[in-house]
Design a protein around this ligand. Structure first.
Ligand SMILES: Nc1nc2c(ncn2[C@@H]2O[C@H](COP(=O)(O)OP(=O)(O)OP(=O)(O)O)[C@@H](O)[C@H]2O)c(=O)[nH]1
Length: 184
């Protein structure tokens, strides 16, 4: 049963190789980007909040096994989490707003997963025994299958169009150039 409550997991354990420095620690209006995302998710109404990645100051949960990508991070961080709706949010989308997240949460009434057509993250996931077993099975596969997109497909997740006026907020920053553009 979906209660309308939602929890958030901020994924921040990537290599940031295209950025050349840790994306989570980029300065966003005087604070690390990860701190800003934590603040945003609390303000937007997350019931429980977790951080995936080796960030003790943010109670981050390190990956149990490195190199498994976002799906590996999700697995490590949610292994003992409660069932229910989890929004999986990347650290590198500082312009995300509540208006992007709530439509994904609402889809948990009817879907086990949901994301926007433009990006696999943010993704909403209705965590339960079945979804946990599927995540385990995907992680046991060769690298091609270990992705959030594979999880979304296997759950027959809903894919929705982002309204034009909100598209800008789905910009992420993988490179210094993208970061400069977002900071303007
Ligand atoms: N916990 C965890 N998070 C990850 C991992 N790989 C990527 N992420 C996170 O997932 C989101 C999307 O990752 P990408 O931007 O594609 O990857 P990245 O490693 O951060 O950047 P690149 O090295 O440039 O590909 C970001 O918020 C990353 O921090 C991982 O292995 N573990």
């Amino acid at each position: 049963m979906f209660t309308g409550k939602w929890n958030a997991l901020i994924l921040a354990g990537g290599r940031s190789s295209r950025m050349g420095r840790d994306k989570a620690m980029l300065d966003w209006h005087g604070q690390p980007l990860l701190a800003a995302q934590v603040r945003h998710m609390k303000a937007f109404g997350a019931t429980e909040l977790r951080v995936s990645g080796d960030y003790p100051e943010f109670l981050g949960i390190p990956d149990r096994q490195k190199g498994l990508g976002p799906l590996g991070g999700l697995h490590s961080a949610l292994v003992d989490a409660s069932d229910g709706c989890w929004l999986i949010v990347p650290v590198d989308m500082p312009l995300l707003r509540q208006a992007h997240l709530i439509p994904l949460v609402k889809l948990m009434e009817t879907s086990a997963a949901a994301c926007y057509r433009e990006h696999v993250l943010p993704m909403a996931l209705r965590l339960d025994r079945h979804v946990r077993a599927l995540i385990d099975a995907l992680l046991a596969q060769a690298s091609g299958g270990r992705s959030l997109l594979a999880l979304h497909h296997r759950l027959h997740g809903s894919t929705i169009e982002c309204p034009a006026e909100l598209l800008d907020g789905l910009r992420n920053c993988n490179t210094p150039e993208q970061w400069q553009a977002i900071c303007k």
